[in-house]
Design a protein around this ligand. Sequence first.
Ligand code: SAH
Length: 375
Amino acid sequence: MNVPVNLLKKPVKQNLLGMTLQDLEVFFTESGEKAFRASQVMKWLHQLLAADFDEMTNISKALRETLKQVATIDVPEIVFDQTSADGTRKWVLQLEGGNKIETVFIPEANRGTLCISSQVGCALDCSFCSTARQGFSRNLTSAEIVGQVWIASRLLGENSRDDRKITNVVLMGMGEPLLNYDNVLKAITIFMHDDAYGLSKRRVTVSTSGVLPKLDLLGKDSNVALAVSLHAVTDEIRDSLVPVNKKYPLKELMASCRRYIENQTAKTHITFEYVMLNGVNDSHQDAVKLVALLRGIPAKVNLIPFNPFPDSGYDCSPMPIIKEFKELLMKSGLVATIRKTRGEDIDAACGQLVGKVKDKSRRERKFENPRYGMN
Ligand code: SAH
């Protein structure tokens, strides 16, 4: 019997859910175990969704007992689970330490998209996003990011890889993924790994406001699908909507997007998200400028009707204006779609995810900001 006594020397219990195959290989080999255990355990965790080491029947009892002492399979606690009239399902998950995050499942006829969070709150302070109001609390660990997919897969009743409810994962929940780079990279590696969720690179999307040095890094480290939250075509307007634009203005953002495409070996495109705000960024001229800005980049434009929340100070553009905007883009040869709003009745739509930050003072301080009014 091969009991890896060295495993017992590990100082703290490690949560195996957030480990890539490479991490698991290091974990096992450093302890004198065989490297193939990594792939076995990875399949148990992410394909068979094992919640307990005792379920891992092709691993000796002795090794399972040791694993129980040095490792965990820990996921956040589900404190809220609600399904919307349109089938959208939202979970509020409580993390260790009390912070809460949100995860949303959006079923469609031919696919199921899970929208996951990467941070508790967000530091970017976009003026039209409710997550911004609560400020930033902390980064999620890779296990907490992966845990959202694990929990949703189990609760949606996925019993095997052939029984997939979640066909796409998008990092469009709370937080800015590129400000939690290392953990996000680990998580997307796990989503795409064949021994784990096995999603293709087109089915895992990182959405960013444009944190540039990290965007360049992502293009080198990964071939994941990219969505960029553009929202405006001049620096003046983008500065007011997406303040990170002051640091990384449009010209640099577009250059970085071009580099991202050049770095990809396979043919691909970037999705540009554009929230439709009445009288702010929805004019005929905005559409014309958008076409010019995206020239030469394989792009799809996703127009997002603004989802209101209390005291946002914005209104959604009327649907005829959004349709006209889309037509103009299409006439110029761009692919453009209007995002269907889902899960509004349970506050699960884009920009409505707020979770609950433990440190309320940050949130209260935010509301003292005159831009938001004093309530
Ligand atoms: N931080 C990342 C991902 C999170 S937001 C990013 O900025 O891309 C996911 C998308 O929802 C972004 O495009 C964001 O700008 C958009 N969004 C935020 N608040 C919104 C709202 N109230 N209505 C519609 N879309 C919103």
